[in-house]
Ligand binder design. Sequence first.
Ligand SMILES: Cc1cc2nc3c(=O)[nH]c(=O)nc-3n(C[C@H](O)[C@H](O)[C@H](O)COP(=O)(O)O)c2cc1C
Ligand code: SF4
Length: 446
Amino acid sequence: MTVVTPAGKLTPVLSDSWDKEQGYSLESYRRNGGYQGLDKALRMERSEIVDLVKASGLRGRGGAGFPTGLKWSFLPPDDGKPRYLVVNADESEPGTCKDIPTMMGNPHVLLEGIAITSRAIRCEHAFIYLRGEVVHVYRRLLNAVRELEEAGIIGEGLGPNGDFNLKITVHAGAGAYICGEETALLDSLEGMRGHPRLKPPFPAVAGLYARPTVVNNVESIASVVGILNHGAEWFGAMGTEKSKGHGLFSVSGHVKHPGQFEAPFGITMRELIEMAGGIREGHQLKFWTPGGSSTPIFTAEQLDMPLDYDSCSQAGSMLGTRALQVFDETTSVVRVITRWTEFYQHESCGKCTPCREGTYWLKQVMLRLEAGQGQEGDVDLLLDIANNIAGRSFCALGDAAATPIKSGIEHFREEFEAGLTTPARELFPYEASAVFARATQKEGVR
Ligand SMILES: Cc1cc2nc3c(=O)[nH]c(=O)nc-3n(C[C@H](O)[C@H](O)[C@H](O)COP(=O)(O)O)c2cc1C
Ligand code: SF4
């Protein structure tokens, strides 16, 4: 594992084995030092593991950036009854695509992270909640869990004191964005329809089957392995003061070579775009998202801003899941935001009125602006609806739906106004922004 720490360089830790021959197998993982972190964890006190992860500064990689070790320490004192670890592998935000390649390329780093975390919190049954459409990843995880059981790395009465018991269940969800919200995920895992729960109580107190539960993202749990192997200082030497460590930055869209770039937090978008071969030939950057469709958009002005949690929020957005979607000048902002709005409307679980009704309404207005059939006052109407959804919905999906509308209008109001008279396809022909030529592409096909 070669790690170069200064910002601007890549730090392949989780992605290091992705190009190795059968790098996903237990044999290959062990050949490269796999499961040594677990061996170490099994010789440590539980509290020592939690303290180590706290000291590393690891923050949750699922979007909000909550400190991982601190979250584990919120579990109430052990009463000897079940406590659970649930890994959030739902990954459904438009643009987000880091957990699926991690699980496909290196499933054992996640499983080792699960075993270490389970040891730290005394969990004997851990779950991976995976988006069901990714059948290939589901199979890979099932296979990796079987390999672990057969090798006697997980099971009953293991470890130097014979007190390490662990079963891992991989659960394939039915494919709903709301099931990535941690409490809706727990409802779904319990066999119910995925609806967010009222908090408090937080999952740490009453989560799966009303028992203390840690819910963490795939990348958060996978990152624990390196911390056990190399220590908190090693981890903290990468990144910035408040956003430590390495992270997967997923660059997609109008760049020459889209892909995953594992780098220290604090790398800039300019550096990442350079590594991705630059904006496609003959074009210029128009806007980009730092963390998926639910994070306010940025323009060329933020290209040199360090990609860390604090810098992003000071600049008015969020680092989210580091889903860096790049759009050049051929892109219609109205068209992109209409697609995102359709997604949020479709994925709204319907539990609360502002989001259930508001996303539907937003979609209607966006569709008519896209078609060049907007009505007088539509742009202000969009802002009014978005402001009545944001901060007034039961969960953050409502905020996510309102965000692109508000930030799109803030940066490109004239394009929304143009939707009163001119269809987006006339202002920005599809062919110009398409990345791949499609034989079936016809006038009027979205
Ligand atoms: C609508 C919605 C979807 C979410 N989807 C995911 C997801 O797919 N994966 C994920 O890790 N977190 C997702 N989250 C965040 C989770 O609720 C939770 O904060 C996260 O799993 C905590 O893990 P972390 O502390 O390791 O980041 C979502 C939140 C919302 C509101
Ligand atoms: S904000 Fe949307 S997704 Fe969240 S509870 Fe309300 S209706 Fe459901």
